[in-house]
Write a protein that binds this ligand. Structure first.
Ligand SMILES: NC(=O)c1ccc[n+]([C@@H]2O[C@H](COP(=O)([O-])OP(=O)(O)OC[C@H]3O[C@@H](n4cnc5c(N)ncnc54)[C@H](OP(=O)(O)O)[C@@H]3O)[C@@H](O)[C@H]2O)c1
Length: 334
């Protein structure tokens, strides 16, 4: 049973989104034709929403090819049942109307569409205030019809407030959010609820660390970590409390998963899915290399109870405070 969520009146998404960073080239070789065939399989099972970016290698081109194939197989109307949420991640510099429009047009062309469902804007350097210019241009382009909605990724609460103060309309912010990394709860989640902004979470499975695969396994050497995602979240595990505490967490998650007759990944996904500010959890898909569709479809049915949450808390409260050491959402990028 797949769960849907209205991100806006005219944009409904699957609450487990397929993440496409995994096709960028740093998570193993992705064979394009196989990848497109797999995308059809995801779509057919109800996993109809894709999260991607202009900087994720061929991801936007894959969406374009996928849309052509979907139309051929099921007709033009079926395209309405697929959503592709891309990102605009420019190098910090002047953000003129023509520069911003140029990048939007490039995404439109690659994705074989005349309107982007959502463009999520990322900015590397808050000392450069041009991010406001970029967002004003994106809003104007939205009003002309080339973009349906404007969102953000990795913005902190302070800048989100500054953006809203400018009268810019934002529907979402994409941030790292997991059992391990709950920084979001300090400022971001309450702020978003108050301002009707949806959170989309990534890193919820820590690149696959939050699964049976790593249970009871010795601490990996950095060289053993085969994807950019595992490397990224191994650093996060170390910043959080280290491998031994992480194994303790996996043991507790195993117990909870057995009680609910589901996987550890399902527990980790459900834990975030049920947060009131969260519209969806993005789970990376190494298209054509591995897939966990059947397992991930079970996450929607898992309902963690207060006993489960207390068990999780008994481990997470032993960890370091990531908000104190890293800062608010997105600070790890700056
Ligand atoms: N905005 C940003 O800055 C940002 C940053 C990072 C990610 N993201 C987005 O979030 C997406 C997710 O990426 P992520 O790096 O955070 O990875 P993730 O979703 O935490 O982990 C994905 C990996 O988890 C494993 N997995 C998935 N389902 C599983 C299951 N049911 N059981 C066991 N293992 C399972 C798979 O590993 P195997 O393939 O090895 O089986 C998969 O490759 C990205 O594609 C991207 O769209 C955004």
């Amino acid at each position: 049973m797949i769960e849907l969520k209205q991100l806006a009146d005219d944009l409904s998404i699957c609450r487990v989104l397929n993440g496409m960073w995994q096709v960028s080239g740093t998570h193993g070789y992705i064979e394009p034709q196989k990848a497109i065939d797999e995308m059809i399989e995801y779509h057919n099972l109800g996993f109809t929403t894709w999260d991607l970016a202009d900087i994720y290698g061929p991801a936007e081109l894959f969406i374009g090819r996928f849309r052509k194939k979907l139309e051929k197989l099921k007709g033009k109307d079926e395209l309405k049942n697929s959503q592709a949420l891309t990102k605009f991640v420019p190098n910090p510099g002047p953000m003129t109307k023509s520069i911003v429009e140029h990048y939007v047009d490039k995404s439109l062309e690659k994705m074989n569409t005349n309107c982007l469902d959502l463009i999520q804007f990322h900015w590397w350097d808050y000392n450069n205030p041009s991010y406001i210019d970029a967002l004003i241009h994106l809003s104007n382009i939205r009003d002309k019809g080339k973009i349906r909605h404007v969102g953000l990724t990795n913005f902190d609460t302070e800048r989100l407030q500054i953006i809203l103060d400018q009268g810019i309309e934002i529907i979402s912010n994409q941030v790292q959010y997991s059992i391990l990394d709950q920084r979001t709860e300090k400022l971001m989640a309450p702020f978003c609820r108050q301002n009707k902004i949806h959170l989309l979470s990534y890193g919820t499975l820590l690149g696959g660390f939050l699964s049976e695969k790593f249970l009871n396994s010795p601490e990996p050497l950095r060289g053993d970590l085969s994807t950019a995602s595992l490397k990224k979240y191994y650093n996060m595990i170390n910043a959080w409390g280290g491998w031994e505490l992480f194994q303790e967490l996996l043991q507790v998650l195993l117990q909870i998963s057995k009680k609910h007759n589901c996987s550890i990944a399902n527990v980790a996904t459900s834990f975030i899915l049920e947060k009131p500010a969260v519209a969806g959890v993005i789970i990376g898909a190494r298209l054509g290399i591995s897939e966990h569709r059947d397992d991930n479809s079970k996450a929607f049915a898992v309902q963690l109870d207060s006993e489960d949450k207390l068990m999780i808390k008994s481990v997470t409260e032993k960890s370091k405070d990531l908000f104190e050491s890293i800062g608010d959402c997105g600070s790890e990028y700056r």
